[in-house]
Design a protein around this ligand. Structure first.
Ligand SMILES: C[S@@+](CC[C@H](N)C(=O)[O-])C[C@H]1O[C@@H](n2cnc3c(N)ncnc32)[C@H](O)[C@@H]1O
Length: 247
């Protein structure tokens, strides 16, 4: 998408509205992550407004963050407990957080906000760099082969009396770039929310992990540890150092 930049995509308007319609999976996400954090500390790549980090920190786990958008962090700071979190402003593919972590996690398809394979590999390497020897890196993302339908397709995200939200998508299989516009239709007008993503199959992510010295430990299709099958539209993948490298 011409002129797309992840910083402008998560600017003040998006940050202000971001928590209006939550995904609804926050409680199970936090349960799952708390089970792996074993008391912490934990680091969220692309912490955003703290949708997951804040309830996780309310369990007594130290949660730090890395985030590119000042506006998303400003929103996080306004929320109860948000001022106390240690957030490094920067790119999750390269920025350094202040500790080593039992858990590093990257949810909600956000690995795809890195628009090249190289940046995604560097993100895995950066996660590995921040892990304690027995640490876990959790990635949650959609499965492209189960969700992309041709080069152009439309998904209905929400139908309500006051608003219809559509996802209008254009996919280039050569670059693996999905240009997506969230389109909100209301009586007061049309609002476009453009974003570009670079999609990758789970197998490609596993190779990125391997380049970073990590290996796949578990793969589920959801936060309640549902089985991952050929029909799964998303995955929750857990990576760690190979057992022999943990000591
Ligand atoms: C869909 S939101 C997810 C926020 C939060 N993780 C959540 O689950 O609600 C994507 C976030 O990724 C951030 N982001 C995009 N590219 C980034 C990068 N290269 N490094 C750090 N943060 C990035 C955006 O600013 C935005 O806050």
């Amino acid at each position: 998408m011409d002129g797309f930049d992840p910083v402008t995509s998560f600017g003040p308007d998006v940050a202000r509205r971001y928590d209006d319609d939550l995904r609804g999976d926050e409680a199970e996400t936090v349960d799952f992550l708390a089970g792996l954090a074993l008391g912490g500390p934990a680091l969220e790549f692309a912490i955003g407004t703290g949708r997951i980090a804040l309830p996780l920190s309310q369990l007594g786990i130290r949660v730090d963050g890395i985030e590119l958008s000042h506006d998303m962090v400003a929103r996080l700071r306004q929320k109860p407990g948000g001022a106390a979190l240690d957030v490094t402003i920067g790119d999750m593919a390269s920025a350094t957080a202040p500790a080593q972590y039992r858990l590093v996690y990257l949810v909600f398809n956000t690995i795809y906000n890195l628009l090249t394979q190289d940046a995604q590999v560097r993100c895995f390497e950066n996660a590995a760099r921040h892990l304690t020897p027995d640490g876990r890196f959790v990635v949650e993302a959609g499965v492209p082969s189960a969700t992309v339908r041709g080069n152009q397709f439309v998904d209905v995200e929400r139908i309500a009396t006051e608003e219809v939200v559509l996802d209008v998508n254009r996919y280039d299989p050569v670059t693996q770039i999905l240009d997506e516009s969230h389109i909100s239709l209301t009586n007061s007008g049309v609002r476009l929310g453009p974003i570009s993503c670079r999609l990758a199959e789970p197998s490609e992510l596993d190779l990125m992990a391997r380049i970073a010295g990590l290996t796949l430990v578990d793969r589920w299709s959801g936060w309640r540890s549902e089985s991952f099958t050929a029909a799964s539209e998303r995955h929750v993948s857990v990576y760690a150092r190979p057992a022999s490298a943990e000591t």
